[in-house]
Write a protein that binds this ligand. Structure first.
Ligand SMILES: Cc1ncc(COP(=O)(O)O)c(C=O)c1O
Length: 380
């Protein structure tokens, strides 16, 4: 089967891993961790970076550091991977699910503004969700498939309501928003994943970047079991969320090829978009005007009925392509079915039509042609 997105480990990964074994630095103490933090900060344009064990851990700890707690609500799009919601649930909070914009598949700023204006009231300088009486504690835009949300509009609303913004940029390292690097946007924190299926991997891993030194110190402290010194003294319930030197060694090697990987993903996205221009009922994935996407995943957006979508999936699998349905939105997932939600019309309409196709950085032109031909033959 031709995979959808697998790591490209043909650089210095092996050499740096050997270095970890030979020096004995395999845990969270080791030179690659600091080097990785510096590299992530540099390529994302962020002043500060905390490497962590996974993207999910990064989202969780960023929410904790932003003050999210028990019974709070955290605003997020329903169209995301379940980890976004799980991070809020680990805080004892619950998602407030909102819709995405049809032209970007990211949190719709107008919907956000309207929901906050009509569904909340202010009490003692807190934003209260009127129906449930719960405090609204944060906004989590998701940079869907590597494409930033419309952050100027979202940040404006967040400021009006005094809400912290934790961006789930799991797959978006390499993206830009209106020519600005995403690590330098005016938000509380931006979180990346370095899971095995991402453009840049550590095997597993994550990073929290921020422009706020106090916030970063808090994240680092909480991720290190909230330990206060050399002795076993701790001043809070912390977490063991540190990245290991082994993870960071792989990540350092990956980031040495930052430009190459980003341009490979961009080339693949353009190849699909161009190929689908000549076909009916299918386009590539959207790139809104404000975004230079990191194009983590590329593929087909199908404007046909469910039966034909199934035919396309069968055709791809018969041609040896490991295609499968994409994320089921959060409001249809068992743990979050009862979570507060706004209208999810766009999400409901599009989620089954999104079909990622082979797009690893070393994916060949032949793999792309085969995928396009399999889609075309099923749509005929
Ligand atoms: C949108 C989104 N959020 C969060 C995560 C969680 O990251 P991790 O797998 O590193 O925990 C992922 C990816 O896996 C993701 O795609």
């Amino acid at each position: 089967m031709i995979p959808i997105s697998i790591p490209n480990l043909s650089g210095n990964e092996k050499k740096y891993l050997n270095d970890c074994i030979e020096t004995g630095y395999v845990s969270s103490v080791g030179p690659f961790v600091a080097r990785f933090a510096t590299s992530v900060a540099a390529v994302s344009g962020a002043p500060y970076c905390s490497p962590v064990a996974s993207g999910t851990a990064g989202l969780h700890i960023a929410l904790v550091a932003a003050g999210v707690g028990r019974d709070d609500l955290v605003i997020m799009p329903s169209l995301t991977f379940i980890a976004t919601a799980n991070a809020a649930a680990y805080c004892g909070a619950e998602p407030w699910l909102m819709d995405v914009n049809p032209n970007s598949w990211t949190l719709d700023p107008e919907d956000l503004q309207k929901n906050l204006a009509t569904e909340t009231h202010q009490k003692d300088s807190q934003i209260i969700h009127t129906k449930t009486g719960r405090r609204v504690a944060a906004i989590m835009p998701v940079y869907m498939l590597g494409t930033p949300a419309d952050m100027d509009a979202i940040s404006r609303t967040a400021k009006n309501y005094g809400l912290p913004v934790i961006c789930d940029a799991a797959a978006a390292l390499g993206a830009r928003y209106k020519d600005q690097n995403i690590g330098s946007l005016d938000v509380t924190a931006t979180v990346f994943s370095f899971n095995g299926n991402k453009t840049f991997t550590c095997g597993g891993g994550g990073a929290v970047v921020s422009s706020d030194k106090n916030f970063t110190d808090k994240v680092n402290h909480l991720a290190t079991t909230a330990r206060t010194g050399e002795n076993y003294d701790h001043d809070a319930v912390g977490y063991n969320y540190r990245m290991t030197n082994i993870q960071a060694a792989v990540g350092c090697a990956q980031l040495e090829r930052f430009e190459d990987f980003v341009s490979a993903k961009c080339r693949i996205a353009n190849a699909y978009r161009d190929a689908f221009k000549g076909l009916d009922h299918v386009t590539g994935f959207p790139t809104p005007v404000w975004a230079q996407s990191a194009h983590w995943l590329s593929g087909a957006f199908l404007t046909v009925g469910e039966k034909q979508i199934k035919d396309v999936l069968v055709s791809l699998r018969e041609n040896g392509i490991d295609a499968r349905p994409f994320w089921t939105p959060l409001h249809l997932q068992k743990p979050y079915q009862a979570s507060p939600r706004g209208s999810l019309e766009v999400t409901e309409d599009i989620y089954k039509r999104i079909l990622p196709l082979p797009c690893s950085t070393h994916c060949s032109g032949a793999d792309i042609s085969l995928s396009v031909a399999a889609v075309a033959s099923a749509l005929k």
